[in-house]
Design a protein around this ligand. Structure first.
Ligand code: NCD
Length: 352
């Protein structure tokens, strides 16, 4: 598939400033966790809990919060959870979903159309575009061009990022922080440990920054990674500016015993230029039942998934999954509820 120059999208990181939520989600692009503050997250948590209750208890399928609205999915990278949870969320809300038949590889992208044009074409037909793209800054670029489009067409389309390369994955961070709140009833005072590929992992970039945006009090974030896969310095600085205590180590045992939230991640094979480098590092951190045995009895084990060998063998997976501390399927389900709340809020249909 033709692929535009990386720098093409990256320059929009400085050229386009995403709107702050400031208590009002309506019509706003969702492209970075930096748009959110503590109050916005509390609003989203409340809305998510309310929607989950409505969907799972009484009026299942009877939500009409986005009736008559259209969501398009535009995924230039592989996805299972993000794509399907967004689609399920929109349908549960009473909205409709459109996607290019046979995926983006058979759309005009195949003819060499650039992102700026494709996203505006989709914005002519859909109220919300969920975009996953391999280039950092691609969602900023989409937001920039959709704002230009808004003055020309009847719709006021918004873009929601489903991940921009090694940059950010804001909605994953929203569901992750909600899941922490769901199990621990607070974000303040926690000891949170992020493990694995902190260099390339967009989920951990966004989650770490969102904990800082929440302005969590007395919270410690531990980064556990081999030297070659450390968290970018810019993210660490972002946390320190918000007085989040940060600890970096390459030895999980330094922090595991005091951790409330363990966030495990996959080594992002597709982001390595040299396969030998990936092979040398891929087995550095493996979560197995004997490793989990050293964790607190009330700790939770999270993972954005998909998983490969960073959670051992399929037999290890089964054993870990049976441990009550493993919450990644609940985390995954929460993804749909959080995305429902977000879609309803952005499309302006939600009261809470
Ligand atoms: C993650 C992603 O795509 O960044 N997956 C997801 O959205 N749940 C994590 C990963 O691919 O490792």
């Amino acid at each position: 598939m033709p692929h535009q120059d990386l720098r093409q999208s990256e320059r929009f990181l400085t050229q386009y400033t995403p709107p702050k939520i400031d208590g009002d989600f309506t019509g706003k692009h969702i492209i970075s966790v930096e748009q959110f503050g503590r109050r916005d997250l509390q609003i989203l948590f409340d809305a998510t809990i309310s929607i989950r209750k409505r969907l799972t208890q009484h009026d299942r399928g009877l939500l009409h919060l986005t009736a008559g609205r259209l969501m398009a999915t535009l995924f230039y990278e592989a996805s299972t959870r993000t794509d399907l949870s967004f689609q399920a969320a929109m349908r549960h809300l009473g909205g409709e979903v459109v996607a290019a038949s046979n995926g983006v590889q058979f759309s005009s992208i195949y003819k060499g159309e650039n992102l700026a044009d494709t996203v505006r074409a989709v914005g002519c037909y859909a109220d919300v575009i969920v975009l996953r793209h391999p280039d950092v800054g691609s969602s900023y670029e989409a937001a920039y061009y959709l704002d230009l489009l808004r003055s020309q067409v009847s719709r006021q389309p918004v873009v929601i990022s489903g991940g921009d390369g090694v940059g950010e994955h804001p909605t994953q961070a929203l569901l992750d922080i909600f899941t922490i709140f769901d199990f621990k009833h607070q974000i303040d005072g926690l000891n949170i440990t992020l493990v694995g590929d902190l260099k390339h992992g967009r989920t951990v970039h966004s989650l770490a920054k969102l904990i800082a945006r929440y302005e969590a009090q007395d919270t410690t974030v531990n980064f556990v990674a081999p030297d070659a896969l450390q968290m970018p310095r810019s993210v660490i600085e972002f946390l320190r500016q918000k007085n989040i205590a940060v600890r970096e180590t390459d030895d999980l045992q330094d922090v595991l015993g005091e951790t409330d939230v363990i966030y495990w991640t996959r080594v992002q094979e597709e982001r390595f230029e040299d396969p030998a480098e990936y092979d040398a590092i891929k087995d550095r951190f493996i979560m197995t039942p004997p490793v989990l045995a050293h964790a607190r009895p009330d700790a939770i084990l999270m993972h954005p998934l998909p998983r490969k060998n960073e959670m051992g063998t399929p037999a290890d997976h089964d054993e870990l999954d049976a441990d009550p501390r493993a919450v990644y399927f609940r985390q995954m389900e929460n993804g749909m509820f959080v995305r429902m709340a977000l879609l309803a809020k952005v499309l302006g249909g939600l009261w809470v």
